[in-house]
Write a new protein. Structure first.
Length: 582
């Protein structure tokens, strides 16, 4: 028995043991998270105030030893502490009980709100176990579970694990559709499909008993929002552990033209509003289910190969050939970092790249977190015209006629690029707001999305948590909408060298970015450089370090660059073979 509850919190080995028992695989302080399907390590241990804690950057599972034990046991941290220190659990107060369902309905109408839905959960044999009431008051919906016991109808959820909805039909069916919420399940049932869900909302999938789906063909139909995708990810993880495993397919609601949060009930309602018959709606739902993608490694690889062949999955080139060849950074679903000290020209590099992609006809969006739009478009004008002096107000005043000609020549492009460049110099956005902006741009079909610099964002919390949530959100947007995201950032203040540990922000930036480039400015020096026509000695004043590469091919390479002060652009010279002193 442990007498001091904090002793166990300080025991790193105990935390590792608890996670390993759940299936975690450790490498140093990093591990594959046992709480979601994790192909690459997304969880890790860290120490704060002498307490060892766990954090997953993908599913947000976190906490100390008691939080982890509670998660594994389906209990609470308080219960886990009581078990560890030998304190008996306090008796729980009994929930309110009623003699009949009529009495329950009367109580809810008075105390909670209008009842707009009533959903019954039964055993395989049809015996009622739980009724979930959907109530609305002042436009706000709430769900109230009631379960049967020897005391009557008790106003609380039944003991876990909870039954699946529509269980008698689910048990008999070979093919089942999983949706979020009883209303959606009832919609599919009405049109002739067997559907189910778990009680208590999107965050409680793991509280239900999913074993009736073992060995079946299961299609997951998520709501068209982040919460819906997370719910189905939880369900998918549970289904993977069933014996025999079900054959799982996942439908992408975005391809159905549904709005934010749209579900199968909305899909059917849209068709009804178009005066479609029930038979036509049934057919449309059947066609929608056919778009679901089979979840298997072979199927995923085959789909990826098909997407590559059809041009739906391709890598976008940078304006610089070696950066493209040695990183393959801009594949769909990727996040890249561009790091550089103040004055290293990383913002000019970012502008040059986004102008290049925009001119190539790609849909791009660039958020400039410092200065206003005119400031950045003036820099674009300098790059397009090769006239850097146009950024100097004194020079502009003395050369008004020349400047007017330059503006006239490039005005159409400035108008076009200005529509994809966002700037807000008046307020400091939060990371959460920038994550929402990224998702909005991704939804509109933007292929490449940039933020310069991400370090200007307001965090308002522990960087370990806030940065992790931000990276998780934008990574999900990149994956869901097949785009690439580029974050311009800075090194830490007291930088001691060019390496991953010197990048500003929490470790999530290094972990979740597939490519990390560091642009270093220095006095002009001579290096042996391998170019497309051979190896020669060249002078350069910038070095681009490839600290992390999407394909691993160029990791550790250094590329020689020269900054052109006349056009405010960077020219790639080649790969540095061996550096020499000036």
């Amino acid at each position: 028995m442990i007498s001091d509850k904090d002793t166990l919190r300080r025991d790193k080995a105990a935390l590792i043991e608890a996670l390993q028992q759940a299936g975690a695989q450790f490498k140093g302080n990093s591990c594959r998270c046992p709480f979601h399907p994790d192909r690459t390590p997304s969880g890790g241990l860290y120490e704060k105030d002498g307490i060892w804690r766990y954090k997953c950057h993908v599913c947000e599972a976190s906490g100390d030893i008691y939080d982890i034990r509670a998660r594994l046991a389906g209990s609470t941290p308080t219960q886990a502490i009581r078990e560890a220190v030998g304190i008996p659990e306090r008796p729980r107060s009994q929930s309110q009980a009623f003699a009949s369902l009529g009495a329950v309905r009367q109580y809810l109408q008075v105390k909670v709100g209008d009842i707009v839905g009533e959903y019954t959960y039964t055993t395989q044999g049809g015996d009622t176990v739980e009724i979930v009431f959907r109530c609305v008051q002042n436009g706000q919906k709430t769900y109230r579970p009631v379960h049967l016991s020897d005391r009557g109808y008790v106003l609380s959820a039944p003991p876990k694990p909870w039954l699946l909805y529509n269980l008698p039909k689910v048990t008999q069916a070979e093919t089942v559709v999983v949706v979020e919420g009883e209303r959606c399940a009832d919609t599919l049932t009405w049109f002739g499909f067997v559907a189910t869900t778990s009680p208590a909302g999107a965050k409680n999938a793991k509280s239900a008993d999913w074993t009736p789906l073992a060995g079946k063909a299961v299609t997951l139909w998520p709501d068209n929002d982040a919460e819906g995708r997370r719910y189905m990810a939880d369900v998918e993880q549970i289904l993977e552990g069933l014996l025999p495993p079900p054959r799982v397919s996942v439908l992408d609601p975005a391809v159905l033209g549904l709005g934010d949060g749209g579900d199968v009930a909305n899909f059917a309602r849209q068709l009804k509003d178009l005066h479609k018959t029930n038979a036509e709606i049934t057919g449309a739902i059947a066609e929608a289910l056919k778009t679901a993608k089979l979840r298997s490694i072979t199927a995923e690889i085959s789909q990826r190969m098909a997407d590559i062949t059809a041009g739906r999955y391709s890598c976008i080139d940078w304006p610089w050939a070696s950066v493209s060849n040695f990183t393959r950074a801009l594949l769909p679903g990727t996040v890249s970092l561009l790091v550089g000290n103040p004055g290293a020209s990383k913002s000019f590099m970012a502008l040059q790249a986004f102008v290049f992609w925009h001119e190539a006809g790609l849909r791009v969006s660039l958020y400039e977190a410092e200065e206003d739009k005119v400031f950045h478009l003036t820099r674009v004008l300098a790059q397009k015209s090769g006239q850097a002096d146009i950024t100097d107000p004194a020079w502009v005043k003395d050369n008004a006629e020349l400047v007017q000609g330059v503006v006239s020549q490039h005005g159409r492009f400035l108008d076009s690029f200005g529509r994809v460049l966002y700037a807000n110099a008046e307020t400091q956005p939060t990371l959460a707001q920038l994550a929402q902006w990224v998702e909005q741009q991704a939804k509109t079909g933007c292929r490449i999305i940039g933020i310069d610099p991400i370090t200007s964002a307001e965090r308002g919390g522990d960087p370990w948590i806030v940065d992790g949530k931000f990276l998780q959100a934008i990574k999900r947007a990149a994956t869901d909408y097949r785009c690439s995201i580029i974050l311009v950032t800075h090194p830490i203040k007291a930088v001691s060298g060019v390496d991953l540990s010197q990048v500003a922000g929490a470790a999530a930036y290094q972990r979740f970015s597939q490519t990390i480039l560091w642009l270093e400015s220095h006095d002009e020096k001579t290096s042996k450089v391998k170019t497309c026509v051979g190896t020669t000695e060249l002078q350069h004043d910038r070095t681009l370090h490839i600290l992390k590469a999407r394909n691993g091919k160029g990791m550790g390479f250094k590329l020689a660059f020269q900054f052109d002060s006349e056009s405010l652009t960077l020219d790639e010279l080649g790969v540095i073979m061996k550096e020499h002193k000036k």
